[in-house]
Design a protein around this ligand. Structure first.
Ligand SMILES: Cc1cc2nc3c(=O)[nH]c(=O)nc-3n(C[C@H](O)[C@H](O)[C@H](O)COP(=O)(O)O)c2cc1C
Length: 326
């Protein structure tokens, strides 16, 4: 799949997830074959960028290319300035967030709430694409509400104003994360525009991938929650798409090494206190996927220091449970 000058190495992309797709998680997903891993959304208010949180959302030295940064906001000028500054700081692709239903974002009518105001959408896209020297992509939902699935209208605006690729989560803003994603609107978006379209939403099982690719005709697939606790999923699913056969799962030892390495990178980047806290979330998903009990997770969650947390995790991984949950 092509985004501007960038040929992605895989059509499987990691979905941006605030609080999750930080540099260490993006790193491990890219290492295991994600074609692109966009940063968590960054506010368009650049006055807030000095905060540690925002700094971690910007590209990091040594991050694999292409580096995509997502920005969220409502004011075209501020969005353009945020894009410019992100590019200065190393972004090679700018992604505009019109997919997030979170109240924090939507109270300011940003994220997916913007979809009810196509004129503002147009103004934001025009302002950002005009000032950006790099490709600009757009992430959106199928519409504002179930009665108002206007993704096609927004997709056409995006195409007319130089958006390089579109990702569409198969839910409306009203749906939040309820029910199941639908792919019919995504299929219609794909046939309404010429730019690359990426389908997103509930892509978990191996059957989902081929079904959605065939049904919608999209150029790429974006995986979010299914990558939590199993970033190696990209490697296996890439092979599945290449060969039609899902390769054998990684060995327990291979997974253990990846997990420990990921957790150490979290500690390194976020420091002692925040690092241990952020690591707990990922450790929880890893242990759950590996089939450990909640009790074991709770024990590890009790450790407050990075070395102790890693040591406890190594001890637990030294005693594999009987079955893994995939
Ligand atoms: C915890 C969490 C945080 C998210 N943060 C963002 C975000 O910052 N920007 C965005 O565009 N979408 C965000 N999303 C939406 C995801 O990118 C994706 O569209 C959604 O999870 C559906 O894909 P999935 O079913 O593969 O998880 C978030 C989702 C979750 C679960």
């Amino acid at each position: 799949m092509q985004i501007g000058p960038y040929t992605l190495t895989s059509k499987l992309l990691l979905a941006p997830m605030a609080g999750i797709t930080d540099p260490p998680f993006r790193r491990v997903c890219k290492q295991f074959g994600a074609g692109l891993a966009t940063s968590e959304m960054l506010t368009s208010d650049i006055n807030l960028w000095d905060s540690k949180k925002s700094t971690h959302r910007l590209p990091h030295a040594g991050e694999a290319e292409p580096r995509s940064v997502q920005i969220a906001g409502t004011d075209p000028k501020m969005m353009a300035m945020a894009a410019e500054l992100s590019i200065e700081k190393g972004a090679q692709i700018i992604d505009i967030n019109m997919g997030c239903p979170a109240k924090k974002v939507c109270n300011k009518a940003a994220g997916s709430a913007l979809m009810q105001d196509p004129e503002t959408v147009k103004a934001i896209i025009k302002a950002v694409t005009k000032t950006s020297s790099v490709p600009v992509t757009l992430k959106m939902r199928t519409g504002w509400s179930r009665k108002n699935r206007n993704a096609i209208e927004i997709a056409k605006i995006a195409e007319q104003h130089n958006i390089s690729a579109l990702s569409v989560h198969g839910r409306t803003r009203q749906d939040a994360y309820l029910g199941y994603a639908e792919y019919e609107t995504i299929r219609r978006v794909k046939s309404a525009v010429q730019i690359p379209v990426i389908a997103n939403g509930d892509l978990r099982h191996k059957e989902d991938l081929k079904f959605v690719l065939d049904y919608t005709g999209v150029d790429g697939l974006m995986i979010g929650r299914a990558a939590q606790g199993q970033p190696w999923i990209f490697q296996r699913y890439n092979k599945l798409l290449e060969t039609g056969v899902l390769p054998a799962d990684l060995s327990f030892d291979q997974k253990s090494n990846i997990i420990i390495d990921h957790i150490k990178h979290i500690h390194l980047l976020f420091g002692e206190k925040t690092g241990v806290r952020i690591a707990r979330k990922h450790i929880g998903w890893y242990l759950q996927k590996l089939g450990y009990s909640t009790e074991i997770k709770k024990i590890i969650f009790g450790y407050q220091h990075p070395e102790a947390q890693v040591q406890a995790l190594e001890n637990v991984l030294g005693n594999p449970p009987n079955e893994e949950k995939v």
